[in-house]
Design a protein around this ligand. Sequence first.
Ligand SMILES: [Zn+2]
Length: 251
Amino acid sequence: MPTSKRPLSRRALLHHAPAALTAAQLAAQPAAPVPGTRIPVIIRPASVSLSEQKRLQSIPIPKQSGRGVLLMRDQRLKVINPKGKQVGDLFAFASHSAEEFIAPAFTMTRNRNIYLQVGKGLLSNYGNALLVLEEDTSGRNDLLYPACSGGQKPGLPASIPNCRDNMQAALRAINFPVPNHPEIVHPHNLFQNSPVIDLDGNIEVREPVAKAGDYVILRALENVVVVVTACSSPSVVNAKEPKELLMEVYG
Ligand SMILES: [Zn+2]
């Protein structure tokens, strides 16, 4: 039985069952968090309104492709659905590290909702709010689905571009590093309509409700690199016809 007051090494922990810990060592363990304790997500108010900002860039996203752009803190991104019924996979990375990115599981659980909420944050895998949704004219943006990929089953045949590859290509095009594990970078799916349809948790994929001209506006809470891919899938998720999207940057 170990008698030292020093923390047990990993090797010692592996070779001594928890029963080997002394009462003193157990008493020295940090207190477990009180269940339900949550660090509040602070959404910093805007220092400048959209009406005071100018459109700095207009970036068309051709169908079945992606585009990336750097947003400085308090700049805004408008993602427009010019023809309607088209999904845009939204990715955003902290500008200082490709390993911190918005993660829908964090957004859903901290906002306690499976859809994006106006006024609420889009949270990273480190729990930081990187963006806030300020406007949303369609009101339906999915957080459950991963990006389409060439290897996903059921997925897209290799002959069709996919959002995971397009996200990486968009990052390379603006000289931002591709994250080490792009397969775990899941999108916030703008305009995707995949409701949970009953209390058993069944999900249905439906055509987007987004009409031509519908849009979302996001404000950068930190400096972030954003990528939007116009989802390539020819399935019902894009009303069976992949189409283009448009990004505008305001600052
Ligand atoms: Zn896709």
